[in-house]
Design a protein around this ligand. Structure first.
Ligand SMILES: NC(=O)c1ccc[n+]([C@@H]2O[C@H](COP(=O)([O-])OP(=O)(O)OC[C@H]3O[C@@H](n4cnc5c(N)ncnc54)[C@H](OP(=O)(O)O)[C@@H]3O)[C@@H](O)[C@H]2O)c1
Length: 291
């Protein structure tokens, strides 16, 4: 799918302030993304009035919060959102997509100049394009931590307009050529929560066994995470496993831990098992001819 030309209406709308972004489905993820986008735009020197959010009905609490924080406009209908903005973020859950699409189809409100960025996991692009025709559709994925401004956003297929629109919200945008790889990027988002839960297990141990205070254990663990990230960033061409081996030289305590956690039934293999299981469940939700 080609990106819209630089002279297309949705591209022009996205470039000339105020940039208008419509939201169909003001849920947890879209709220986090809007927070990140507003903050990122401000960081890039744009004023609050350079960015206008147009929100769908429902979700009063979130909408009012976004209105109060960023001046977001709450519309009476989804149709009104599509009339207010050509660029649209679609944040409804997968089973809510089809009813939304038929509502818009009946109102004949979508045009070829509309640009939809859909966050739903497990719904193939070919279905989205059919449901929301004649609008352009791309798929995007990120996690709730996006509001902190450090996240990646994954994209399928590559699309310059989406990069322009959502780039300020995130640290990086990673586009995929294969939809299956994009779909698996949802699992990378899940890892974030698994790692936090793992930190909790470690924190519990440091507190209960050697008797560290909670704040001490938390500070130590956060320092270790920062160190690991710093090493990966400083050595982008070195596999992380090799960085680990360089620290855990033979005979060290680190090396003994690496041996126990690695190997056939070690913790690393368990994480891979979990990923494999979830990936095949995600794959099962897709139509057979689309795999
Ligand atoms: N949350 C995550 O961490 C995460 C991570 C990655 C991807 N995702 C994907 O992001 C999508 C949204 O997830 P979420 O957690 O943000 O869900 P959510 O909080 O339930 O948000 C969806 C919102 O859309 C609203 N909605 C549904 N149909 C609508 C319609 N026809 N018109 C207007 N609004 C409508 C719902 O309103 P009601 O409450 O009134 O139904 C709900 O508030 C999902 O498809 C999920 O696969 C989520």
């Amino acid at each position: 799918m080609a990106s819209p030309s630089y002279s297309s209406p949705c591209y022009r709308e996205s470039r000339s302030p105020p940039m208008r972004l419509g939201v169909l489905g003001v849920g947890e993820l879209t709220e986090s993304l809007l927070v990140a986008l507003a903050r990122g735009s401000q960081r890039e020197g744009r004023s609050r009035t350079d960015l206008e959010f147009h929100l769908s009905p429902r979700n009063d609490v979130r909408s009012h919060r976004l209105g109060w924080r960023f001046g977001a406009v709450r519309h009476a209908s989804n149709v009104a959102v599509c009339e207010a903005s050509l660029c649209l973020l679609v944040g409804v859950r997968p089973d809510q997509l089809e009813p939304l699409a038929s509502e818009l189809r009946e109102a004949q409100v979508l045009e070829a100049d509309h640009h939809l960025m859909v966050t739903a996991a497990g719904v193939p692009l070919v279905d989205l394009q059919r449901w929301f025709a004649p609008a352009r559709v791309v798929r995007v994925m990120t996690g709730l931590a996006v509001s902190e401004g450090q996240s990646a956003l994954t994209l399928y297929p590559e699309d310059l307009l989406t990069r322009d629109l959502l780039g300020p919200a995130v640290k990086q945008i990673i586009a995929f050529e294969e939809e299956a790889a994009f779909e698996a990027s949802m699992l990378a988002v899940c890892i974030n929560a698994w790692q936090l839960a793992q930190q909790q297990a470690l924190l519990d141990w440091f507190q209960t066994v050697p008797g560290m205070s909670g704040p001490q254990a938390r500070q130590l663990l956060m320092a270790q995470l920062r160190d690991a990230l710093a090493l990966m960033e400083a050595h982008p061409d070195t596999p992380p496993g090799e960085l680990a081996s360089r620290i855990g030289t033979p005979g060290t305590w680190t090396a003994r831990g690496l041996e126990q956690l690695g190997g056939g039934e070690g913790a690393h293999r368990q994480w891979q098992h979990v990923l494999e299981g979830l990936r095949s469940e995600l794959d099962d939700t897709r139509p057979k001819n689309d795999r």
